[in-house]
Design a binder for this molecule. Sequence first.
Ligand SMILES: [Zn+2]
Length: 261
Amino acid sequence: MTLIDIGANLTHESFRPDFDAVLARARAAGVERIVVTGASAAGSRAAHALARAHPDFLDATAGVHPHHAIDYDDATDALLRELLGDDRVKAVGETGLDYHRNYSPAAAQIDAFDRQLAIAVDCGKPLFLHQRDAHGDFLASLDRVRDRIGRAVVHCFTGERAELFDYLDRDCYIGITGWICDERRGTHLRELVASIPAERLLIETDAPYLLPRDLVPKPSHRRNEPMYLSHVCAAVAAARGESPEAVAELTTRNAKTFFGL
Ligand SMILES: [Zn+2]
């Protein structure tokens, strides 16, 4: 059984002390490839460097997360375009809107999102999208370019049924994380995940965030890492009434198609 983690923030400082061990544990747990998320200018540069250093195991995305939208300027735009010109960088993002925390003002978020959508139109690479508490504005921006971009994934989907079907109507892929393992706030996802068409389903850890809450034994640290993707896969499989092997196979196939791996 092999798996592809479509979203891991391996440039996060928490991975610095034992980076090689994290990769080794992921491989041992059946992870075949990891797409390292770029979420800021510096982070995208670092993700690109990791993908270049580990071409047999790591790929990268290049983008600016809505939390960092206030930092998005012409130099950032030029950097993302340059990185996306390299074959090691597979998608535009993480980009989108997040009104849950509003670390950047909404207007700045929309501007940075629109500019990254324009990059996707220009470079033709797929989109790695983030949306939280901003569904209406997010769709408004996406709809302006939807017929000029190709594949798009709404990563770490945690929303409600209507949002899910808005994304599926727009032919988006859906990324599911360990949120589905959360007994407090993930139960609705277990019902919804069965409604995702097989060819639109992707899985991810979003490490070091979103450590699955039902791991046994619980790790002593709070850090999530790609080795736990098999746990997410098992939870998704249980929710869909399918075998983990079947979900591993279809999500691996989907990830390869999505990113052109
Ligand atoms: Zn995200």
